[in-house]
Design a protein around this ligand. Structure first.
Ligand SMILES: [Zn+2]
Length: 575
């Protein structure tokens, strides 16, 4: 535990150095506190995962060095329900009547087993974080506020409302459109625009008419936050508010728990309350007037605290969702990503890129290349040829300070597994037959050896590969094409069919399919490819695809041939 297990050469290590030093300066001997904030206002998008992964990786490195760390995830479930999201099953337009209520007071979608809206959308994120090996302390802001946990801070903020107002006033004229809340970062530029229109960016900072109050009650009659504080007495804490519904009430804030500080005050209050040393936020918060910048002044001037080390992270995009989004109701969640890729791969995407570098998470064909790259890295780690920074990213991906994450015992190529899943449509006996023939010298004996990677590849094929790109092996030979073949084509098919039995493995069939055009050209099997040979190989492959699957492309041919089976290959090739 006390030894650093990773080289000190990557961004995670450098932040860990800074965070440990800052924590020892500010709170010697106390656990190091890092934080994330998530708003369960709807499905928590994959784009928001960076909010958690950035502090998680730093926290994990600090734990590996033997320090105690608290990674707080603030569930901003006491935020107002802003809008009815699109594409969420089990809701209808009647949910609009809840706009303005705390997220924990909005009913969950129909059929949900959770007691309210916030819990319904929190649960899949909690499950995904568990699978990713993210250890955290979840803090419900509903629980904190309604229990009066922040009482002292709320009264303090109200007492110092003029100071807060003065800080906010430095920025009010700047009209910064990105000055909104940091949670629920959008996943790409289009989403960014959508989110900015949603009200997140234009959140009320507490200004109402002539007076400024940093606290907003939820209405005692309609539960919404469409309230205006009309009077406040510092001495007695007597507060009067009115609501657009017509309700008005006078309460004592020293014993009232149904309301919250406005976001730009709430966030720095919590930095001070929890002693947060590290909390990143999205790049849209680097501008003057953003809640991170304003919060830095409020925490110092009002709460006598210190702003966390807070790197800005770039957006994480998704590739391959454009086609799917209309049918699947929008952007994917971390749980969706974990259905098509193993947790270490997803962790690796975050570990290998500095927070200020943007990247995309592939839901399209690119995922196969990504897996190839990951497998190459694993081999380099195994043979010791890996570079230090790559080794660090790898070790952060495959496990945490608590231990290794589950991995696939025999990590066969994702590309191959996807092709097999494509062709077999998930039929287990056929899948096992094909996989056991890939390498006859060391056959797969059970599908458990290739799980969970096999399940992820199957899930990718069935969920994200469009029907027109799926492989359908012909039931009957393509008689028309076969009848029109010239002598050279017939000869190539004959050479292939003849070689099937003696080459029946992944490696053997690779040699065979590339070798047939060489033999026809009078070249030796190990001849270097010439431009002419490459053309001949492409032509030959296109013919095979046409005869086997009725298209001019498909899964890699050796995999396809193994999957189709020798007998059926012979039949489809007219032998
Ligand atoms: Zn009301």
């Amino acid at each position: 535990m006390s030894q650093s297990s990773t080289p000190e050469t990557d961004w995670v290590s450098r932040f860990a150095d800074d965070v440990i030093a800052e924590s020892e300066r500010r709170a010697p001997g106390k656990p190091v506190v890092v934080a994330s904030g998530l708003s369960p206002s709807g499905p928590i998008h994959l784009g928001n995962l960076r909010e958690v992964m950035t502090p998680h990786l730093v926290a994990d490195e600090i734990r590996r060095r033997g320090y105690e760390v608290r990674h707080l995830i603030s569930w901003d479930d006491y935020d107002r329900y802003r809008k009815v999201p699109n594409g969420v099953p089990g809701i209808d337009e009647s949910w609009a009547e809840h706009i303005g209520k705390p997220l924990t007071s909005v009913p969950a979608p129909a059929g949900s087993s959770y007691p309210n809206w916030a819990e319904h959308f929190k649960a899949p994120m909690v499950a995904a974080l568990a699978e990713l090996g993210v250890e955290f302390d979840g803090i419900s802001q509903t629980e904190q506020y309604t229990a009066g946990t922040y009482r002292e801070q709320v009264l303090h903020a109200m007492k110092h409302r003029a100071d807060i107002d003065a800080v906010l006033d430095r920025y009010r004229t700047k009209k910064d459109p990105a000055a909104g809340k940091k949670s629920q970062k959008p996943v790409d530029e289009a989403e960014l625009e959508a989110a900015e229109g949603s009200g997140a960016a234009s959140e009320d900072d507490g200004t109402s008419g002539s007076a400024y109050y940093p606290y907003k009650p939820y209405c005692g009659q309609c539960e919404r936050d469409l309230t205006t504080v009309t009077a406040y007495d510092d001495e007695s804490t007597e507060l009067t508010y009115t609501c657009v519904c017509g309700f008005t009430e006078t309460v004592f804030l020293k014993e009232f728990n149904r309301g919250k500080l406005v976001w730009k005050v709430d966030w720095p209050m919590r930095w001070a309350y929890e002693g947060v040393i590290f909390e990143p936020s999205g790049v849209d918060h680097s501008s003057p007037g953003s809640s991170f910048v304003v919060g830095g002044q409020i925490v110092r001037e009002v709460f006598d605290g210190v702003q966390p080390i807070g790197p800005m992270y770039a957006f994480v995009g998704i590739s391959g969702m454009a086609k799917m989004s209309s049918s699947k109701g929008g952007v994917p969640t971390p749980g969706d990503a974990l259905k098509i890729m193993e947790a270490p791969l997803l962790r690796w995407l975050y570990a290998r890129r500095k927070p200020n570098q943007s990247f995309k998470i592939a839901f399209d064909q690119e995922i196969q290349r990504l897996y190839d790259e990951w497998d190459k890295l694993s081999l380099k780690v195994a043979d010791g040829s890996v570079l230090p920074a790559d080794a660090a990213a790898y070790s952060r991906a495959v496990g945490t300070a608590a231990g290794e994450l589950p991995r696939t015992p025999r990590p066969l190529s994702y590309r191959t597994l996807a092709s097999v899943a494509d062709i077999t449509a998930g039929a287990e006996d056929q899948t096992l037959r094909i996989l056991s023939e890939l390498d006859p010298s060391d056959p797969i004996a059970s599908l458990d050896e290739v799980r969970p990677r096999l399940d992820r590849a199957e899930s990718w094929i069935t969920s994200y590969v469009p029907a027109d790109q799926r492989t359908l092996v012909r039931a009957e030979p393509d008689a028309a094409t076969l009848a029109e073949l010239g002598d050279a084509d017939r000869e190539s098919l004959r050479l292939l069919v003849e070689g099937l039995d003696s080459h029946w493995s992944l490696d053997g069939l690779t040699t065979l399919v590339y070798g047939v055009p060489k033999i026809q050209a009078g070249l030796s099997a190990d001849a270097k490819p010439t431009p002419e040979l490459k053309v001949a190989q492409r032509t030959f492959f296109a013919l095979l695809y046409q005869l086997l699957v009725g298209r001019d492309t498909g899964p890699r041919l050796p995999t396809l041939l193994l999957a189709v089976g020798a007998e059926r290959v012979r039949k489809l090739l007219g032998a």
